[in-house]
Design a protein around this ligand. Structure first.
Ligand SMILES: Cc1ncc(COP(=O)(O)O)c(C=O)c1O
Length: 375
């Protein structure tokens, strides 16, 4: 089977389909996770300044020094981490792809929380590896010890983590992270951790996996400017961690895209250097929107599971989730995503629908008004 055939059946082309449907029908798109406003103006200005000052050629393969330094400093200041190396990528997505291709042999098993961000399954398949999901179930979506144990077989090579977690909006608690860390150490697994929502936490605290005992030396940490700073279209991401893990990722990235987005890399450095109060204000704004959407979902007779982070909230819709989402645009002019597309175990997500709240307050208000007409 070709790599394209291996990923053809994964089913998350639904994002493109649903976004196209929203555009065609004028429905409010609460499907795909992108904000409808720009991030901080100072960061946009930094991009303009970089464009105007001739920063328009290939960046060095590891990334522009200003951004690499900003990431080293960010990891140190926010988390006390001292990674050996940093690599800039085309969004977190390229870091994920390059890491999986660089670190897995065909037949290796990758332990991954499900539901999972759609590129995980595709990249595991491209690597010829096998995904072994650890199912998170509503209402709590916690990592369960038995499920974790059952997913780690003799061929397990890598554990792919994501917290704050898309699509559930969970922020993993310290005891869950400790359980995962212990399993990684016991089974000698590399941990690749996707922390793109690291600054979008509304309840609790983001704890980077690399800060847990024994984990810094086996963890590749991935993040990007897209989600936390509302620049999803820039696709400036990065990974940091032990020299050999970053080197393996860089080796693949070199031949996928080499290096790009030079002016935006400079702007991403400005984003990471924003005062922490400004970064916190971005999360405060999204917390308000989360609350606004949850109130609207409840008023519409749905049952939201309030998220602690990310752009998303899931709600129980009391019927078949695929049917619900397929008919929602014509019934009331709103687009949402059936959470089961992110699961291998579809039964774990029966009746669950994911809504994005990274939209202007008036857009959420209008979506809530439309949802309330469902009756
Ligand atoms: C968990 C997760 N990781 C990565 C990404 C993509 O990040 P980027 O746009 O930086 O490639 C997303 C986007 O939806 C995501 O939800």
């Amino acid at each position: 089977m070709s790599p394209a055939e291996r990923v053809a059946g994964l089913g998350t082309t639904i994002f493109t389909e649903m976004s196209a449907l929203a555009l065609r029908t004028g429905a409010i798109n609460l499907g795909q996770g992108f904000p409808d406003t720009d991030g901080p103006a100072a960061v946009v200005e930094a991009a303009v300044a970089a464009l105007r000052s001739g920063e328009n050629q290939y960046a060095p393969l590891p990334g522009v020094p200003a951004l690499r330094e900003a990431i080293f400093e960010h990891q140190r200041q926010w988390y006390g981490l001292e990674p050996d190396d940093v690599l800039i990528t085309f969004g977190a997505t390229e870091a994920i792809a390059s890491a999986l291709l660089g670190l897995c042999d065909p037949g290796d098993e990758v332990v991954v929380l499900e539901p999972y961000y759609d590129s995980y399954a595709a990249c595991i398949a491209f690597a010829g590896a096998v995904r072994r999901p650890v199912t998170l179930r509503p209402p709590g979506f916690e990592v369960e010890a038995d499920a974790l144990k059952a997913a780690i077989g003799p061929r397990a090579r890598l554990l792919l983590l994501n917290s704050p977690h898309n699509p559930t909006g969970r922020v993993l608690a310290r005891d869950e992270l400790e359980m995962v860390a212990t399993a990684c150490v016991e089974h000698d697994l590399v941990c690749v951790t996707d922390e793109v929502y690291e600054h979008l936490v509304y309840d609790g605290e983001h704890i980077p996996m690399a800060t847990l005992p024994g984990m810094a030396s086996r963890t590749l940490t991935i993040s990007s400017v897209g989600k936390s700073f509302s620049f999803t279209g820039w696709k400036i991401g990065w990974c940091s961690g032990p020299g050999e893990l970053v080197a393996a990722t860089r080796m693949v990235k070199q031949y996928l895209t080499f290096a790009g987005g030079t002016p935006l890399q400079h702007a991403a450095a400005a984003a990471l250097r924003l005062p922490s109060a400004e970064i916190a204000a971005l999360a405060d704004d999204l917390r308000t929107k989360r609350d606004q959407l949850c109130v609207g979902l409840e008023a519409a007779g749905l049952r939201p599971f309030v998220s602690a982070g990310t752009y998303f909230v899931n709600a129980e819709v009391g019927g078949d989730e695929v049917e619900f989402c397929a008919t929602l645009p014509s019934r009331c002019g709103v687009v949402a995503i059936p959470t089961s597309v992110f699961y291998d175990d579809k039964d774990a997500a029966r009746g669950l629908v994911r809504f994005a709240f990274c939209k202007r307050a008036e857009v959420i208000a209008e979506a809530a008004r439309r949802l309330a007409t469902l009756g």
